[in-house]
Each structure stands twice: as C-alpha cells, then as structure tokens.
Design a protein around this ligand. Sequence first.
Ligand code: SAT
Ligand code: MN
Length: 573
Amino acid sequence: MEALCRPDKTHWCDGSEAEKDLLTREAVSTGEITILDQKKLPGCVYHRSDPQDVARTEDLTFICTRSKEDAGPTNHWMSPADAYGKLGEIFKDSMKGRTMYVVPFVMGPIGSPHAKIGVQITDSIYVVLNNRIMTRMGKAALESLGSSGEFTRCLHGKADLNPKRRFICHFPEDNTIWSVGSNYGGNALLGKKCLALRIGSYLGKKEGWLAEHMLILGIEDPAGKFHYVAAAFPSQCGKTNLAMLVPPAAFRGYKVWTVGDDIAWLRVGKDGTLRAVNPEAGFFGVAPGTNKTSNPNALATIQKNTIFTNVLLKPDKTVWWEGLEAPPAEGGINWRGEAWTPASKEKGAHPNSRFTAPAGQCPSISPHWEDPEGVPISAIIFGGRRASLAPLVYETLSWAHGTYVGATIASETTSAATGKTGVVRRDPMAMLPFCGYHMGDYFAHWLEMGDKIQRPPKIFHVDWFRTDEEGNYLWPGFGENLRVLLWMIGRVEGTAKARKTAIGYVPETGSLDLSGFSLRPGALETLFKVDRGAWLKEIESQNEFFDKIGDRLPQAMKREQSKLKERLERDGA
Ligand code: SAT
Ligand code: MN
C-alpha cells in the first residue's frame, strides 16, 4: 500500500493517550480540527468537513463480488478487477506529502467470540481520531490479531475529496474494503457500515450469524429482572433515542440500559438464546434535535471527549445545533465555515452533523455492554415510519412470519413537490444500503437462523409515527415507548394479553399500561385497527419489491404473504 499511495511516512497507531495528543496537535496545526473550550467541554474538538462530503453516498457504494448476481439486485456492483483498477489509479501517489496511518482495530469486545479484527490504512487524522472512539484500536488490537490471524483489509484515502472520484468498494470474497475520496463517517470509518454491516453480513452468512442494523437495549424491572431487545429501523426513525430511553414518571422503578445504538451482531449462544453484541465502542450520532428532552442521556454523553462535526461553532468555543436550545444570540460559524446569526437563512448545523463519543460515557450504558458472550435477546423489533397501516405494535406469529415482516418494512416520505405523503421506500430489516450480498440469500439466511435458535426471541413490528387525518401524531413516542416495550416483555413472559388479528397479535384492551397518561379520544382505536383494504393494497405493493428480488426470494416469503392474504380474506380482520 505504501508503494501504491507513496506517503511521506507511515505511522503505526498504538492507541495511547500520548498518540492522541500528538495527532490532535498535528490536526490543530493544519486547521483540520479546532480545540473547544476545555473547561466547558473537556477533551472535545470540532471539525468541519468539505461541504460536499457530509453524508454516506449510496450511489458510489459498491459490492464487488466476482459474479454480479451475488451482489444482488439491490446493490451497486463493480467487478473486483475493475474496482481495484479504478480505485488503484486514484490511490496512486495520493498520499504524497501526507502520513499513512495504520490503524489495527477490533469490532466487538476484545477476546469475545463475536469479535472481528480489521486494519485500516488512512491518510486522515480525523478518521484516526474517530476510529479511536468508535472501535477498540491500537496495540490491543494488534496483540489480539497475533502473527497469523485473519483480518479485514481496509484501505482509506481522502485523495482530493472530489465526489467524482469517490468510491466505497467492498470485496467480500477478499475480506477487503477500499474507500477513496470521502472523509465522512459512514464512508470513511471502515469498521462501521463497511465492516460491521456489509462485510459482516457476508461473513455472518458464511459463518452462521447475523450482522444487523439494530440498536440493543436492556430493560430492568423493579425486581431487578432483565430483558434485552434488538430493534431495526430505517435511518431517521430515532434509533439512538430509543436506545437511550428515559422511563416516564409512571415507570420510575424501571431502568433502561443502552447496549448499542446502531449495529448488532447476533449469534446463537451456548444456552440456546440469541446473543447480541454491539461491535462498536462509541456513538456516531446525529446532533440536530438532540436536547435535554429528546435524549438527555446522549446530551450527557457528549459533554467530554467528543468530536463534533459540522455543527455550529460559537465564539466561546462551544457548539450549537438546531433543536439543542434557543439559537445563540451571538451567532457563530456555521457548518459551511461562514459567519452565521439566528437571522441567517442557512442552517447553523448541517442536518446530518454528528457527534462521536465513547459509549462508556453514556449514563445509561449497560453494565453488560461488553460481555464477551453478548446479551440474550428476548425480542426483535422491526419498525418503519408510516402515517397509516400498521398498528402501534403487533406481535408476529412465528420466526418465519417475523422474517417476512422484517423483509417488508418501509418508510414513507413526504413528497415535497405534491405535498402528498405515501412515497414508500422498502428497506428490508433496515439493511437495504448495508447488506453485503444478494438480498434474497439474506432472507434465506434469516429463515435458516430461525431453525438454529433453540430459544428464539419473539419478533414484533412497531410504528411510532402513525398520524390522524390532520397529520398529528397519534402516539407521543420518546419515553412513552417504554409502555410498548413492556407489553412485548409481558408477551415474552406470558403475562400480557393479546387479541389475534389477521396480521398478528395486538394488545388486548387494557393490556398496554396507560397509567398516568392520556391519548386523544379515539387514538387508541385507530392505533390498533387493522384495515383490511389497506393491507390488501400493501400486499400488492410488497410484490413490486419481491419481483425486484427475483428468483432468489425464498419460497417461504411468498408463503407467509399468501397466508396473510388468506387470513385477511377469511376473517376480514
Ligand atoms: O452515516 S453513517 O453511516 O455514518 C451513520 C448512520 O447512518 O448510522
Ligand atoms: Mn445507522
């Protein structure tokens, strides 16, 4: 890689504090990062990215399998030869005048049977400093690898950050990732989406486990009993907020513990349960909208040792973003690097501005978040953001039915042009941009996993985002979602009552704890109504997606769908 990229020098990262200080000083000297007020925000720094490099770029993300068919119809594909050739040209001499950093890292608790090792080469100090938080990196990772272990080969370079010369390529058959031309989290911190999800899902298929786009949380009841759930939602559905939920006043005796907010690796444990670990060591969270009410635990987490990216920099060297608190009267420097005041049209913080913070700093971090065997999962939750259709919560009838429900989740967008809602984007298991192989084979793998788990979790579907005709939310969400989680746990324990409908089990009247709480009149009925006509239309719309998957779609998916149709037609819900 040195011969290809021709850096001026190479630095092997050991992960020490001294190294962090050295790299921070170096990045400050080039303007790459700014030190924030160390009294108010100890250990915190600030970074602004290139304005054209602020989010993942799915259209520039490729799965490079030898056979195109193996990448499947939902991924962009490039042949490995073309990809190595094309990116090789861009990498060539691209690190002249720069330092090449070699970053050994572990995803998952070190020594855990779930853990995987990667080595990332990068010419970005920002990336090294982020990886320091998001992974277990440095000397410990190298020791864990030993002299003959297997690892994911991760090559990253900023090159000239030109979006036309930006490519994020995955070579699952070579256990290799090459990413060039972006310095943004999901494109550049290769342990995250690239390794932990795309390569991870491929390895999971090969080795018999699951790499999922899921948060993991624990619920402790007043008697000290624990249950863990893992939940998959498409982007912008509040995964981080749910993972750090604060129980409402009526549930003070309960504690919610955070294990992870974005990724779960799931394996069958020795005890026959499904065990989950969070492969990451930090949170790479969206800043805007994070505040004392929406997510006090996240706010507490990011008071120290945090990297803030593309938020507003205030003159007192602290930070602000839309939705944090009232806009600072004194203004500041916005995410584009321009002077900003509350009267400016441009936003202060980019909507996808981020904080990178160590998970261990989270007040709600689970005492078991680094357990090598992972935590036992009682329930899996799939959800989407849709204005109508699905009830607030329902329990699926079996693992296969749950897999079908996960495979068909979708989110709706508001179509700005027409003002209409209802542009449905299917996002199976919230993995559409992250599955490293053919989506049909992925569904088959989910079904096979079901046969291997002796004590499988129940699978639920939720929609926190149901609205009435005027577009008002029917359910308040945030901490109140605990009521729904507790109903699920009641189902797992066999104590919560349910009504069987054509689509699955919904809470029996009175079985969802609504104490100290009131909904709009009629809201509860709407939230649990199963509209037969709407579901039959939904099935039609699912078929468009299933057709796209083609002949690798497992028969069982179609079978579950026909059974649903039969149930809807038979009892009219
Ligand atoms: O955009 S990232 O992949 O870095 C973060 C996320 O979407 O969870
Ligand atoms: Mn994510």
